[in-house]
Design a protein around this ligand. Structure first.
Ligand SMILES: [Zn+2]
Length: 157
């Protein structure tokens, strides 16, 4: 399952990427027609709060509510997705697949980080490093809660 989030859903797109889902985030000012084309070409579910855009796409989810939690729950109700699908295998900023950091790259990380058990991952696109520090742990806890809440939603008739 792949997603295309409209430009208003930045935080939701990052959450989906943290969960491991391939998520394209629309750049500001991208044309609706182009978004629909991209979603179709790449087999992505278009996620938006825009009724007209949702209706025009082949496959879409109309997100309701405001704030990333409400958006995530709205998405969970519309499609069956696993919020713990492949946590921290993608860069939350640019969607690239993370790779294991090399020994040299780990050496460059701050002392307190190096002393953690790892894994240490690097985004090959932006160079951002990921390690199991407090930020990642908080995000993991959040994904776990979303997965638990999603599991409690009764199946659609
Ligand atoms: Zn990146």
């Amino acid at each position: 399952m792949r997603f295309l989030c409209d430009e208003m859903l930045v935080r939701l797109a990052r959450l989906l990427r943290a969960a491991g889902y391939d998520t394209y985030l629309a750049a500001g000012g991208e044309d609706d027609a182009d978004l629909i084309k991209t979603a179709r070409r790449e087999g992505r579910i278009l996620v938006t709060r825009d009724k007209r855009l949702a209706a025009a796409a082949d496959e879409s989810v109309l997100v309701k509510g405001f704030g990333v939690e409400a958006e995530a729950h709205s998405l969970s109700r519309a499609v069956v997705l696993d919020w713990e699908y492949a946590p921290f295998t993608r860069c939350v900023m640019d969607n690239a697949h993370l790779r294991e950091a090399t020994a040299e790259e780990v050496d460059k990380l701050p002392e307190r980080v190096r002393s953690m058990p790892g894994p240490f991952r690097i985004c090959p696109s932006c160079g951002r490093a990921y390690w199991p520090g407090s930020h990642v742990r908080r995000m993991e806890a959040r994904l776990h809660e979303l997965a638990r809440d999603a599991a409690a939603i009764p199946p659609q008739a």
